[in-house]
Design a protein around this ligand. Structure first.
Ligand code: FAD
Length: 373
């Protein structure tokens, strides 16, 4: 969103520049109902209205992540480290990670939990339980575009149940299907309470509900089967797109959120929450990444002003809590309206009327650049 891009530019102008080549144009939008009959498209005009407030850039999640990762100094990013817990002392935090080499302890001045909607840092800090399941399953994949695929960007269905395809670069397309899913069956999909599983099956799925060990291919094939069952009777080319996807490419999970009123702590002592860990919303405003980037900017500003201290985290919370809460409130509300079939405002209207896409961000002054701890 324009506000997120401006925040990225405020952090470091070259970050925005590095992202732009990954933009996938979505100008041509086609909209159909669940039977494949054309609908009037609202998206093209909605996007044009958003663009009045700045640039609108569509970048696949993995490209955003790898672009930001590439901008980090060498040696600071350690993948394959699963956060387990932390202890806080007067002058710092010791965090524990499970790694391929065993459990490792890391000492630091601050701990920032930017680990998504199912954040283990949040659980360790606030112990406020898992997020709320919204009664919806989501299947997604990135795959090569079939040679006879007719669309550039298309949405099928509508409120409560939808299938969306987006053209990416390099001959790839992304598809996502949203469908109602019973809370009683939550442990059947995507290993249960896991919001983002990008590399195929989780340990829980491989172990199987009945304890029978399965391969990653089997888990992927079962996800495709469930997706096809959810979209039974939908246009054949949509079903074929799902059926011919590499099973290892398919992600599957429930849609979760938290109410803004239950997310009124972003920081405590030397530990802070960032992005979805702090304010998990729903995909309905398209603001998730932009809000996470705004958090990063204000965290940088606060650490620049107060050093690596609890004061910095308190200052970060003071700025970001009211701003991110407002987005979260509207996002959850829109999702509720959508699943109940009564959406009286579009995501475009809310983003513009509430001023989310109009937000401006002062650049991080070089004198406020984050000091080395
Ligand atoms: C279906 C769907 C569509 C969406 N569409 C959009 C959209 O169009 N635009 C938009 O802006 N947002 C969208 N969002 C929301 C967006 O994806 C999130 O808001 C955004 O990714 C949040 O960033 P984050 O860094 O806080 O968390 P994440 O992107 O979830 O990243 C968290 C990271 O933490 C890691 N992690 C998790 N647990 C641990 C652990 N214990 N130890 C170590 N690491 C861990 C994860 O592997 C991951 O890399 C969508 C979300 C969904 C579900």
């Amino acid at each position: 969103m324009p506000n997120g891009l401006r925040a990225l530019e405020a952090i470091r102008p070259d970050l925005k520049a590095a992202l732009l080549p990954h933009h996938c144009e979505h100008e041509v939008t086609k909209s159909y109902d669940a039977s494949g009959a054309p609908n009037a498209s609202i998206n093209a005009s909605g996007r044009a209205r958003l663009r009045e407030h700045g640039e609108l850039v569509y970048v696949p999640w993995h490209r955003l992540q790898s672009t930001l990762a590439a901008a980090l100094p060498q040696g600071v990013l350690h993948t394959n480290h699963r956060f387990l817990g932390f202890t806080e002392g007067a002058n710092g935090v010791v965090a524990e990670f499970e790694t391929p080499q065993g459990v490792q302890k890391v000492e630091a001045a601050l701990l920032l939990g930017a680990n998504g909607g199912q954040s283990a840092v949040r659980e360790a800090l606030l112990a406020d339980g898992p997020p709320q399941f919204l009664g919806m399953a989501i299947w997604r994949a990135v795959r090569p575009v079939p040679s006879d695929w007719p669309e550039v960007y298309a949405t099928y269905g509508g409120l409560g149940k939808a299938f969306i395809t987006s053209m990416l670069k390099d001959g790839e397309t992304a598809w996502q299907g949203f469908a109602p899913w019973s809370a009683d069956e939550l442990d059947v999909i995507g290993g249960g309470r896991r919001a983002y599983i990008h590399n195929g099956a989780s340990d829980a799925e491989l172990a199987g509900l009945d304890g029978t060990q399965r391969s990653r291919e089997q888990v992927g094939a079962e996800r495709i089967k469930r997706c096809l069952e959810a979209f039974e009777g939908w246009p054949q080319h949509v079903r074929d797109l799902v059926a011919t996807t590499d099973p290892l490419a398919v992600t599957e999970h429930g849609q979760f959120c938290r109410e803004a009123d239950n997310c009124q702590t972003y920081a405590r002592g030397r530990v802070a929450l960032v992005g979805d860990a702090a304010h998990l919303a729903t995909p309905f405003l398209g603001q998730g990444s932009s809000q996470a980037i705004e958090d990063g900017l204000e965290l940088g500003r606060a650490v620049g002003q107060h050093g690596f201290s609890p004061d910095a985290l308190a200052a970060y919370q003071e700025v970001r809590l009211p701003a991110a809460s407002e987005v979260q409130r509207w996002s959850v509300q829109l999702c509720r309206q959508c699943t109940s079939g009564k959406m009286d405002k579009s995501e475009f209207d809310v983003n513009i009327e509430q001023g989310f896409v109009k937000r401006q961000h002062a650049p991080l002054h070089p004198a406020l650049a984050v000091p080395t701890p």
